[in-house]
Design a protein around this ligand. Structure first.
Ligand SMILES: Cc1ncc(COP(=O)(O)O)c(C=O)c1O
Length: 309
């Protein structure tokens, strides 16, 4: 797949041409995964000729929470990060849907080899790319339960969006695709459903949407939080509670959600068809979600940040 490369990247306080955005080979984060990241989406609204970034403040607040966990000093405030994002998108003149990737990372320390990160300097970059679907949104996904377990909070906290922890996600996702599935569902150490390889999960049972709790070693997803609120506003009951693997097999509907995946119906789990292939609840929430992110639902306009003046 050909990807249109962006013109500019933000690196170390300045906007640099994409080809010149480089880091040293001794960068600590490259060796040890000592970085945290965020993933945001911007949606192009053709009628208004406007690019809207979804819940930008929430993403940067979570980035600030993440850096606290792993001793990274992020020198930009949330407001400054919002300004950098706006300028980055404007400089690249995006007129399409985009994915935005900020990364706060440990750069080159006094010792090249060493695990004490408190003395390693901090660095920051951000870039954005034109971006479409991460996983198919229609047609339904066939997923498997991963043979890998979700990395527990006592090892590397999933809520931290810590780069190194994503090796766990890569193992699960790669195994799933090699075995012919679209993605994988992680179980926790004690055998409860956690989340997808890089997305949260909901099941639907008798009209109620149910998602796994924060103590199931999940990332506290912003889309998850969004959908819980939207569902309640639509009059759909919401529960947050532990889910067994076998409950996936008896659910009426299942869907994944996250900034990357957006809201994608799962139609098959471990070779078992999900009961209601029509997905009425999932589709209702999905439609509302896409109207919201594209600026077509006035009620939730405050979640959108317009980029062009
Ligand atoms: C492990 C993991 N879970 C869940 C999500 C969903 O989070 P959000 O909705 O904030 O993008 C992501 C990121 O997209 C993720 O990497």
């Amino acid at each position: 797949m050909e990807i249109d490369l962006p013109k500019f990247c933000f690196l170390e306080d300045t906007f640099v041409p994409w080809e010149e955005a480089k880091v040293p080979v001794s960068t600590h984060a490259l060796h040890y995964g000592t970085a945290v990241f965020a993933g945001l989406r911007g949606y192009w609204n053709e009628e208004e000729h406007q690019l809207y970034v979804f819940r930008i403040r929430d993403h940067f607040e979570r980035l600030h929470d993440s850096v606290r966990i792993i001793f990274i000093d992020l020198k930009y405030s949330v407001d400054e990060l919002i300004d950098i994002t706006k300028e980055l998108l404007r400089k690249n003149e995006f007129k399409c849907d985009v994915y935005i990737r900020p990364l706060a990372f440990k750069s080159v320390g006094p010792k090249i080899v060493g695990m004490d990160i408190t003395t390693v300097p901090n660095s920051f970059l951000m870039f954005a790319l034109g971006f479409g679907e991460y996983l198919p949104l229609s047609g339904g996904l066939h997923v498997c339960t991963s043979t890998w377990r979700r990395i527990p909070d006592v090892c590397i906290p999933a809520r931290g969006k810590i780069s190194g922890a994503y090796a766990n996600s890569c193992l699960a996702k790669s195994e799933a695709t090699l075995s012919g599935f679209n993605d994988a569902v992680f179980l926790t150490e004690d055998g409860y459903v956690s989340e997808g390889s890089a997305m949260n999960l909901f099941i639907v049972r008798k009209g109620t949407i149910i998602t796994t709790p924060v103590y199931a070693d999940i990332l506290e997803g912003i889309t998850r939080r969004t959908l819980m609120q939207v569902a309640r506003d639509l009059g759909i009951p919401v529960e947050m509670r532990p889910i067994h693997r076998s409950e996936l097999y008896v659910s009426d509907e299942i869907f994944f959600c996250g900034t990357g995946v957006q809201l994608a119906p799962v139609t098959k789990v471990d070779h078992r068809e999900v009961k209601n292939q029509e997905m009425p609840v999932t589709k209702r929430i999905q439609k509302t979600y896409f109207d919201i992110v594209r600026g077509k639902n006035e009620k939730y306009r405050n979640w959108l940040t317009p980029i062009y003046e």
